[in-house]
Design a protein around this ligand. Structure first.
Ligand code: GTP
Ligand code: MG
Length: 208
């Protein structure tokens, strides 16, 4: 059920949903944002580190109303000066996505010990979605992609880590197709609008 408050927001033509993505270098932020906003992903393109925060826009339908989502893809450098820049970029964020690469355990360590604490420090009440990226590159029960590496962590362990760190939920993604990427952003948007429930009832709101 959508509250009157959310209904009013959705009726406001200037309303934008601000989603901020953070995570360590090479954790897949830019690829996910671009896949969602532009439906583009080139697996053969070599990795290019983002040297500045960028914003991509995507139009989505929430309960038959078209709303703009702003996806902020934040710089991943650590250190005081970069944290200070990000602190300002976090203002008015409605939901965070923290990216962790399923091929690189250090990105999970960084999420637990750096990114989650940074967000909790500056935006303690804003919902966080923990995202495990590059699912196609790891061995999994499902049959997505090339799966040439072993996972360093199970899905269940990641769900546990997300709960323990007070993230709203955990979603696994691969940019090789739209499905999981749409699921990630749909979840983040539901969290942003206060519509996410950790059970089937959140699916009563129609999104996309
Ligand atoms: N196979 C595969 N490769 C991916 C996926 N997502 C990202 N990559 C690759 O991983 C590398 C890093 O992805 P980016 O999206 O640039 O990572 P980032 O988090 O923006 O990195 P920084 O800008 O350095 O913070 C790129 O070479 C991507 O092509 C995925 O789902 N599957
Ligand atoms: Mg990037």
């Amino acid at each position: 059920m959508i509250s009157n408050e959310v209904e009013m927001l959705l009726n406001d033509p200037d309303f934008k949903i601000k989603i901020v993505m953070v995570g360590s270098p090479n954790s897949g932020k830019t690829s996910l944002a671009t896949r969602f906003a532009k439906c583009e992903f080139d697996m053969n393109k070599s990795y290019e580190h983002s040297t500045d925060t960028s914003i991509q826009l995507a139009k989505i339908d929430v309960n038959d109303k078209q709303v703009t989502t702003e996806i902020w893809d934040c710089i991943s450098e650590l250190g005081v000066a970069h944290e200070e820049k990000r602190r300002l970029q976090y203002l008015n964020t409605m939901a965070f996505i923290i990216c962790v690469s399923l091929t690189d355990e250090s990105t999970l360590e960084d999420a637990l010990h750096y990114w989650i604490p940074e967000i909790k420090k500056y935006s303690p009440d804003t919902p966080i979605v923990l995202c495990g990226s590059k699912l196609d590159l790891v061995k999994n029960d499902s049959s997505i992609g090339t799966q040439n590496q072993n996972r360093y962590t199970t899905y269940e362990h990641m769900v546990h880590q997300a709960k323990r760190s007070k993230c709203k939920t955990y979603v696994e993604t691969t940019c090789i197709s739209d499905v999981t990427v749409v699921q990630l952003f749909a979840t983040a948007i539901q969290c942003a609008l206060g519509l996410y429930k950790d059970d089937d009832s959140s699916k009563k709101c129609s999104l996309m």
